[in-house]
Write a protein that binds this ligand. Structure first.
Ligand code: FES
Length: 156
């Protein structure tokens, strides 16, 4: 039984005219599927593979390469703290540890109430305004611990 919506398949069909081959739609398909379901469970991986006429292993291979795709269940909010070089030089580890302590979880885990999944992220491309984190895709930059507290407390 199809798990992805008719809208998903209609969008994929509409996009297909812009790509030279059906398999080239994989990244947009992964983004749309994750937006719809929240993560990429095996049946959704299979549905994407069937829609693009590729092997499911190819879908998993691509999804597992990029940190923004979730291959396991996640919380309602997605918090990603960058710990790459620029952010690290400006205190990212302290920010990540602060998030872990405040949320009672380690990076890669989800709070027991399903509210937040915390990630130790690679470069977000906001190096000039480090340290940075993204929350549900929105960037927060030039962070300090007070700002991190304000952000986390605003997530329900
Ligand atoms: S190193 Fe953190 S945004 Fe680039």
């Amino acid at each position: 039984m199809a798990r992805l919506s008719e809208k998903f398949h209609a969008c994929l069909h509409e996009l297909s005219g812009r790509y030279p081959a059906r398999r080239a739609l994989l990244l947009p398909a992964l983004h749309m599927a994750q937006k719809e379901i929240g993560w990429l469970p095996p049946d959704v991986i299979g549905e994407i593979a069937a829609a693009l006429e590729i092997h499911p292993a190819k879908v998993v291979e691509t999804a597992s390469f990029y940190t923004m795709f979730n291959l396991g269940p996640v919380g309602r909010h997605d918090v990603r703290v960058c710990t790459n070089v620029s952010c690290s030089l400006r205190g990212a580890e302290r920010i990540l540890e602060h998030c872990e302590r405040k949320l009672g979880i380690s990076a890669g885990e989800t709070t027991a109430d399903g509210r937040i999944t915390l990630h130790d992220e690679e470069c977000l491309g906001a190096c000039g305004t480090a340290p940075a984190m993204s929350v549900d895709g929105k960037y927060h930059e030039n962070l300090d611990l007070l700002e991190v507290d304000r952000i986390l407390e605003g997530l329900h």
